[in-house]
Design a protein around this ligand. Structure first.
Ligand code: AHG
Ligand code: MN
Ligand code: MN
Ligand code: MN
Length: 344
């Protein structure tokens, strides 16, 4: 029996980030250090997620957040871990979290040049059922004018479109912890947490979405609230007009990170349309829509809102602003656009 072909040329996230940094001779190393703090928070959150049922961390925290969600205990713990990791990095100046009504400023680091947005636990309503949840993040670089002691920077620096993001990604806490990260203008790379080493290992280099795939992912329970064009779009997937064409498969997990990860790997379309119940949509622009849109575009896919505008160009009106979302394989998003154009 051949010896298990042990891959010794292991690329850890730490090595990957250091190698990435060498591509930018002027780099100060601040971004790399910020990413180490991000990495630490994912490892810590993964640790608590794995043990939640064992140490009574499932269930509600008894509070709700500014977007109206009931907070789970792990929402609060994930939020606390993330905030302290960003503060401790000394490289984050200002932070937006789903679980915090206002921006969090780290005035003790007046020269920190990064702003971070995050959804500490995405899909938390699924937590008690043991379904995959995740952490979504985005990184903006602050303008030099915002640096320096005594400067108070407000939330307006974060009311930027996704095109201003320098990096984004998510970590899905599933069968294993899967980190997916992309830099502006770069590729998409997937890492798997090797628990015994405590290292994220590069397992999915240069992730590229298939151009099409007959899988759709949407909460059909909202169908009665959808616009007519949207109803017709979903109907066209389920009842193909062309004789002999097979209907699409439906896959909806209800955690955006899990539905997004599957779509990145298999292709297809993920949608959370704006509708008559949620006219601005449900998903939050800064820490759900924009980071995911950047990942999907850099993986060769497309991401648009409910008016078929490029999601990366949507500017949030406030830090918890929402948008409709259609993202996935290029040809699948094009089908949405074609149906929308028929009706508008
Ligand atoms: P969060 O748990 O961070 O509040 O996000 C939940 C979001 C997203 O993860 C998912 O795609 C969507 O809510 C599911 O909403 P429905 O339950 O309405 O389908
Ligand atoms: Mn929530
Ligand atoms: Mn979320
Ligand atoms: Mn959340």
């Amino acid at each position: 029996v051949g010896q298990e072909n042990i891959n010794t040329d292991i690329v850890t996230l730490t090595r990957f980030l250091t190698e990435e940094q060498t591509k930018y001779p002027a780099a100060s190393g601040d971004f790399t250090l910020l990413c180490h703090a991000l990495q630490f928070s994912f490892k810590s959150i993964a640790y608590y997620i794995r043990r939640a049922s064992l140490i009574n961390l499932t269930g509600l925290a008894g509070s709700s957040n500014t977007t109206g969600d009931d907070q789970k205990k792990l929402d609060v713990i994930g939020n606390d871990i993330f905030i302290s990791a960003m503060r401790g990095s000394g490289k984050c100046r200002i932070l937006v979290s789903e679980e915090e009504e206002d921006v969090i400023r780290f005035d003790e680091h007046p020269n920190a040049r990064y702003a971070v947005v995050c959804d500490p636990i995405d899909g938390s309503s699924n937590l008690d059922a043991g379904v995959s949840v995740g952490t979504i993040f985005g990184v903006f670089q602050l303008p030099d004018s915002a640096l320096g002691a005594g400067k108070t920077i407000g939330p307006e620096v974060l009311l930027s479109p996704g095109t201003e993001l320098v990096a984004s990604g998510f970590t899905m806490y599933g069968a294993s912890a899967q980190l997916v990260i992309t830099m502006r203008g770069g590729g998409v790379n997937g890492f798997t947490l090797e628990n015994s080493l405590g290292e994220f290992i590069l397992t999915h280099p240069n992730m590229q979405l298939p151009a099409k795939r007959a899988i759709y992912s949407v909460n059909e329970g909202n169908s009665m609230y959808w616009d007519e064009w949207c109803k017709q779009y979903l109907h066209s997937l389920k009842y193909p007009a062309v004789e002999g064409e097979k209907p699409y498969s439906a896959r909806y997990i209800g955690s955006m990170v899990a539905d997004a990860y599957r779509t990145l790997l298999y292709g297809g379309i993920f949608a959370y349309p704006a509708d008559s119940k949620s006219p601005k949509g449900k998903l939050r622009i800064l820490y759900e829509c924009a980071p995911m849109a950047m990942l999907f575009e850099n993986a060769g896919g497309l991401a648009v809102n409910s008016r078929m505008e490029r999601l990366m160009e949507v500017v949030p009106e406030h830090i918890h602003d929402r948008s409709g979302v259609f993202l996935g394989s290029k040809d699948e998003v094009q089908k949405v656009i074609d149906m929308y154009n028929k009706y508008n």
